[in-house]
Design a protein around this ligand. Structure first.
Ligand code: F6P
Length: 558
């Protein structure tokens, strides 16, 4: 891959044509009126090959999107919408290093984190791929030294425990990847993740650990985040207390992952033990940067690089495949179809793979921090719904809790089922049982059970309505051979680019997150009000004032 052109300057972009005035948008509105009443039963009955036709495959990821409430015309119009929205040009702008995150004057180049050696991607006219590989090499050396026991703690003991301290993108990706790839991890080591400023998180993470065997990775892009810095100082105190208070021990037990060398040095971590990344990597797009150091320590450098290769394969597919066969584009367009035409408010992500138990939580930040926006790139209020709520649980557990609402409730909840052909821990017939549940659920959601079928089972008339399944509940099925580091990379990139597709069409900036700032600033104002010795003079609203007073009063008496 060669990107010859330099980045475009960051100017406030203009919406050339509002989304709702696009021809394809209007055509989709009219089309929706015609197809909203169609049932998947009918769509499958009239096209026996539908289940084979409405599928796409790339880089070993198979997507069956036939159980969606769409016709060929829907797909055609959605792709037309992508084209009218200039999706191809927007993809090219991202890969070219244009500062498409214009509110922060930044390029968006997580794709460079997984670009192979020897390729070129420019940020501010500089090829960043060599820098990426220099950091990867440094991570590799460090990981090998820790994993082999060559890197010892202050007392000479081998480091067996790794605690990543970070929050948001500096936590959710590492946690998800560690859980997803536990099968490939070094089981002689213990990995824990501390994110919450709630002291229980830290206390529980260290309660049974020996400081002499414990390495802390302080992961923070900015190195100023309240939660992370508070936990980092608690870790420093805990570590020093366990190591006889010798400040020199910090160099052996603390490393940092950050873009902010000055703050890292201020904390007392030698910047030689800092793994850098760059402002063109958004927090929620950073699990494959040095933020993934804990992942590399757990699964080893080779597996980490296999994961990066998986990411890259999906990047190349997204960049080059025609939209009709482009997995992230198809998934993004389907999300828009339900969100904006069917007024669906959520998407359920249902991995039938225990190791992916944290994948929905990871996706929540990726999708909602990216596309939870109410203004277009030129600052006008959007007149349509943006980012749906992503949520989910691994199957089959979800089936015994919230699936009732998906099957028989009043809301339309499009679902993504994710499954693998080969189990990582085969046990008797259990994997067939697991996969039977995936196929059964998508079938039940799509086709349901008619009153006639229910009656034919001998159900008393009074119970028939309760036992009817309307069906016509849409789902995607994502199937891959086996959960490997490479597959995890592909899956994450699939959703990253689906998010990009949605944001590009909604004409929003998917790469800033100003919505998290107000709460942070108010908390900083309230902290001294909670801590002051004398009664603070409060000037919040009456609810906040009285909550603060109640907290202070109750604390005094408890
Ligand atoms: O929640 C806001 C946010 O800025 C996220 O985007 C980011 O992932 C998280 O905070 C952590 O930030 P940092 O890595 O700078 O500590």
């Amino acid at each position: 891959m060669k990107m010859a052109m330099g980045p475009r300057p960051s100017a406030t972009p203009k919406v050339v044509e509002p989304l709702t005035r696009r021809k394809a948008w209007k055509a989709l509105q009219a089309h929706y009126e015609g197809v909203r009443g169609l049932h998947l039963r009918g769509l499958f009955a009239e096209d026996p090959k539908r289940g084979e036709r409405l599928t796409a495959e790339a880089a070993g990821i198979f997507l069956d999107y036939s159980k969606n409430r769409i016709t060929d015309e829907t797909v055609k119009l959605l792709i037309q919408l992508a084209e009218e929205s200039g999706l191809r040009a927007q993809i090219d702008a991202m890969f070219r290093g244009d500062k498409i995150n214009f509110t922060e004057n930044r390029a968006v180049l997580h794709v460079a984190l997984r670009a192979p050696k020897g390729t070129s991607i420019l940020a501010d006219c500089e090829n960043v791929v060599p820098q990426v590989h220099a950091v990867l090499d440094k991570m590799t050396q460090f990981s090998n030294r820790v994993r082999s026991g060559e890197w010892k703690g202050h007392t000479g003991k081998r480091l067996r425990n790794v605690i990543n301290i970070g929050i948001g993108g500096s936590d959710l990706g590492p946690v998800m990847a560690y859980e997803a790839l536990k099968h490939y991890s070094d089981r002689t080591m213990t990995f824990r993740f501390v994110s919450n400023v709630d002291s229980t998180d830290f206390a529980e993470a260290v309660r049974d650990l020996d400081a002499a065997e414990t390495l802390f990775i302080i992961s923070s892009k900015t190195f100023t985040t309240l939660e992370t810095m508070t936990n980092a100082y608690s870790a420093r105190r805990w570590s020093l207390a366990g190591l006889g208070g010798n400040e020199e021990s910090v160099a052996k037990h603390f490393v940092a992952v950050s873009t902010n060398a000055a703050e890292v040095a201020k904390f007392g971590i030698d910047t030689a033990n800092m793994f850098g990344f760059w402002d063109w990597v958004g927090g929620r797009y950073s699990m494959d940067s040095a933020i993934g150091l804990s992942t590399m320590l757990a699964i080893g450098p080779e597996n980490f690089r296999a994961m990066l290769d998986g990411f890259h394969q999906m990047d190349e597919h997204f960049r080059t495949a025609p939209f009709e066969q482009n997995l992230p584009v198809l998934m993004g367009l389907l999300s828009i179809w339900y969100n904006d035409f069917f007024s669906a408010q959520t998407v359920a992500v249902l991995p039938y793979e225990q190791y992916l138990k944290r994948f929905p939580a990871y996706l929540q930040q990726l999708t909602m921090e990216s596309n939870g926006k109410h203004v277009t790139i030129d600052g006008a209020d959007v007149t349509y719904a943006t980012g749906p709520i992503y949520w989910g649980e691994p199957g089959t557990n979800g089936q015994h809790s919230f699936y009732q609402l998906i099957h028989q409730g009043t809301r339309l909840i499009p679902c993504d089922f994710i499954a693998f052909v080969e189990p990582l821990n085969p046990l008797g017939r259990q994997h067939d049982m697991l996969l039977a549940n995936v196929f059964a659920q998508t079938e039940a959601l799509a086709f349901g059970k008619t009153p006639e079928q229910v009656k034919a089972e001998g159900t008393p008339d009074s119970l028939v309505p309760h036992r009817v399944f309307e069906g016509n509940r849409p789902s995607n099925t994502i199937l891959a051979a086996r959960l490997t580091p490479e597959t995890v990379g592909k899956l994450v990139a699939l959703y990253e680019h689906s998010v990009f597709t949605q944001g590009a069409i909604w004409q929003i900036n998917s790469f800033d997150q100003w919505g998290v700032e107000l709460g942070k600033a108010l908390a900083q104002r309230i902290i001294p009000e909670l801590e002051s010795d004398g009664e603070p003079s409060l000037s919040h609203d009456s609810s906040t004032n009285s909550l603060i007073r109640r907290y202070r009063k109750t604390r005094e008496t408890s």
